[in-house]
Design a protein around this ligand. Structure first.
Ligand code: GLP
Length: 244
């Protein structure tokens, strides 16, 4: 097991530590490939990266990004689309070249083709150097929901009722939450050279413990990270409270 765990006292500190790790990867290799995540957890670390760009000259000019997932059925201009999220929280505030930022193509009706294209684009870029992950309350990473096996590649998923319910807080009503998403597979995520998982709040405490200290099972998709050679988990005190 090669998971390094950092329990920060607060959300702000968790965000700073995680942003420092990403900034370090960018400084070390300005043309690095970052895998990025959405959700409320990384908002603070993106704000810190924007601050580092503004105050410390951290440059994303040569960085390429691939987001984990995207809702099917939302245009990139929809405020709850992950494309929009990334622009709002990071891309529009730093010097990144938007042409080098990617999300799974949810407009393409041919699922197999969209999946192949995303995997190939990642491969052509040289693979992901550092993949940022949040974690769902049911252990999902990206939108890889609990299942009987670990999906290998980018694919379309039907979201579980609990995930739709959890994410409905960001929509006007549960009805508006998309039923499907396209996500990197567990195989895609595991091919990243390095993984950084962030989690905060007491609602994540049990799943963080199960993912890091429980059995490796597709019923807790994030548990597969125990088999990755280079994972850093940064959580706040509330999310880390059950870790031994
Ligand atoms: C969403 C995203 C995940 C994210 C998770 C947790 O469904 N697809 O990538 O990690 O939920 O979200 P939050 O950080 O808001 O708890």
């Amino acid at each position: 097991m090669t998971v390094t765990t950092i329990v920060a006292p607060t959300y702000e500190e968790m965000s700073r530590v995680a942003a420092d790790i990403i900034a370090g990867a960018v400084r070390e290799k300005p043309s690095c490939v970052l895998g990025l995540a959405t959700g409320t957890t990384p908002i603070g670390l993106y704000a810190e990266l924007v601050r580092m760009h503004r105050d410390e000259g951290l440059s994303f000019a040569d960085v390429t990004t691939f987001n984990l997932d995207e809702y099917v059925g939302l245009e990139g201009t929809h405020p709850q689309s992950y494309r929009w999220f990334m622009r709002h929280h990071l891309f529009d505030h730093v010097d990144i070249d938007l042409a080098r930022t990617h999300t799974p193509d949810v407009a393409c009706p041919d699922e197999a083709e969209a999946s192949r294209a995303y995997e190939k684009a990642i491969e052509d870029a040289g693979g992901v150097d550092l993949q940022l992950l949040g974690i769902g309350q049911n252990g999902h990473i990206g939108f890889n929901e609990p299942a009987d096996d670990f999906p290998k590649a980018t694919h379309t998923v039907t979201l579980t009722p609990s995930t739709r319910e959890a994410n409905s807080r960001l929509f006007a009503s549960l009805d508006e939450v998309p039923r499907q998403a396209r996500t990197m597979g567990i195989g895609t995520i595991m091919r990243a050279r390095r993984i950084l998982l962030v989690a905060n709040g007491s609602a994540k405490a049990a799943i963080v413990r199960d993912a890091l200290e429980g059995p490796v099972t597709p019923r807790v998709p994030a548990s597969i990270l125990q088999f990755h050679p280079d994972v850093t988990v940064v959580c706040d005190a509330e999310a880390g409270v059950l870790l031994s």
